[in-house]
Every structure is written in structure tokens, then in C-alpha cells.
Design a binder for this molecule. Structure first.
Ligand code: AR6
Length: 181
């Protein structure tokens, strides 16, 4: 398996090529949309693999607190997945870069990490948020993802792992370059 890792404080930041739905971790992160009602890409894969319990919980959250805005995150159980939790975050749609997309993407990663910490999750696995259907340029997105992870680890002393699970070689290579910087 292609993989790479480095340690910041007591936390491991790692990269693997693979399918996030198969990860045996405390929580996986979903690149959702504001409706929380599912979609294509990694969102579709997570709901298919996790079963209807996840969508039921998303609907309850929607009824209580309304839509999840870009840069925010919510948490549900993991249904049939190995992961105990799914953290659903909404990345920005890329509109050219002048609409706060970079800050919003950083917030999506950061809010997800805060939720993982709150639920005492040791290992949290992320896909590459916003770089599929939402069109965020992968070079910039990978740098933001790794920078937020590093910054989070510097400020928190938890022993654990932040794992980026990258679906294709190209995405993996951009994350690898960002981690090497
Ligand atoms: N495991 C890991 N990564 C995956 C998987 C998987 N099983 N499947 C796809 N990816 P996208 P976005 C990668 O489009 O850009 C949905 O319809 C994929 O190759 O899933 O944030 C939502 O409902 C890419 O690198 O998410 C929203 O409407 C990355 O995951 C919208 O798409 C993100 O691609 C969100 O778009």
C-alpha cells in the first residue's frame, strides 16, 4: 500500500491511497453538501456502505439545526461502517478563489478535527474535500489540508492519527508534496 507519514507533537499525520469507506478508524469524514441528504462521489460511497441509519441521523440534524453551511461540520454514527462515527463537513465550491474558498476549506478541516477531539476519536480519516465535484484546485487544497492538520497537532497534545485517504494517484502525489514541504 502506498503510504507516508510524519509526526507533529504526539500525533501522526499520514497519507494512504485507498477507499475511505474501508478504514478501520474512529471516525471518517464525509465531503457532504449543505443538504446533508447525500450525493455522488465520496458522499454517495459513504452512504451506500454505511446504510440508511446515517441518512436518518442526517435528517434529524437537518430538522433540528437546518442546513450545514460550507466550512461547518456535524457528526453521526457510522452505521454499518467500521468507523464508529461519520463527520459530515461541507467544503466550498471553487468559484475562482475570490469568494473565501481557501478559508472555508481550512474551516471544514478544522471544524471536523474539533468534533473528532470532542468525541474522543483517536484516528480520524479525511478524503480530499472539495477537489472532486466542487472543483477546488488540488495543489492549493492539499497544502491547506496538510497545513490545518499540522497546526491542529501543534496546538493539541492528543496522541492519535490524522489520516488522509486519497482515492487516486494524482491526489496522493499532491498531498505527498504538501507533506514534504
Ligand atoms: N474514498 C476516498 N476518496 C474518495 C472516494 C472514496 N470512496 N470516492 C471519491 N473520493 P467529491 P467534493 C475522492 O466529489 O469535491 C458530492 O455529490 C474523489 O476522488 O466526492 O467535496 C456531495 O454530495 C475526490 O478526490 O467531493 C457534494 O454535493 C474527493 O474524494 C459534492 O459532491 C472529493 O470528491 C462535494 O464535492
Amino acid at each position: 500500500m502506498t503510504s507516508k507519514s510524519c509526526k507533529v507533537n504526539a500525533t501522526e499525520i499520514s497519507l494512504v491511497r485507498g477507499d475511505i469507506t474501508r478504514q478501520d478508524v474512529g471516525a471518517i469524514v464525509n465531503a457532504a453538501n449543505s443538504s446533508l441528504l447525500g450525493g455522488g462521489g465520496v458522499d454517495g460511497a459513504i452512504h451506500r456502505a454505511g446504510g440508511p441509519a446515517i441518512l436518518d441521523e442526517c435528517k434529524q440534524i437537518l430538522a433540528i439545526q437546518g442546513k450545514c453551511r460550507a466550512g461547518e461540520a456535524v457528526i453521526t454514527g457510522g452505521g454499518n461502517l467500521k468507523a464508529k462515527f461519520v463527520i459530515h463537513t461541507v467544503g466550498p465550491i471553487w468559484r475562482g478563489g475570490a469568494s473565501n474558498e481557501e478559508k472555508t476549506l481550512a474551516s471544514a478541516y478544522n471544524q471536523s478535527l474539533l468534533l473528532a477531539e470532542q468525541y474522543e476519536v483517536k484516528t480520524v480519516a479525511f478524503p480530499s474535500i472539495s477537489t472532486g465535484a466542487y472543483g477546488f484546485p488540488i495543489d492549493k487544497a492539499a497544502r491547506i489540508a496538510v497545513a490545518v492538520a499540522r497546526e491542529f497537532c501543534s496546538g493539541h497534545n492528543s496522541r492519535g492519527e490524522i489520516r488522509f485517504v486519497l482515492f487516486d494517484d494524482r491526489t496522493y502525489e499532491f498531498f505527498k508534496s504538501a507533506l514534504d514541504e
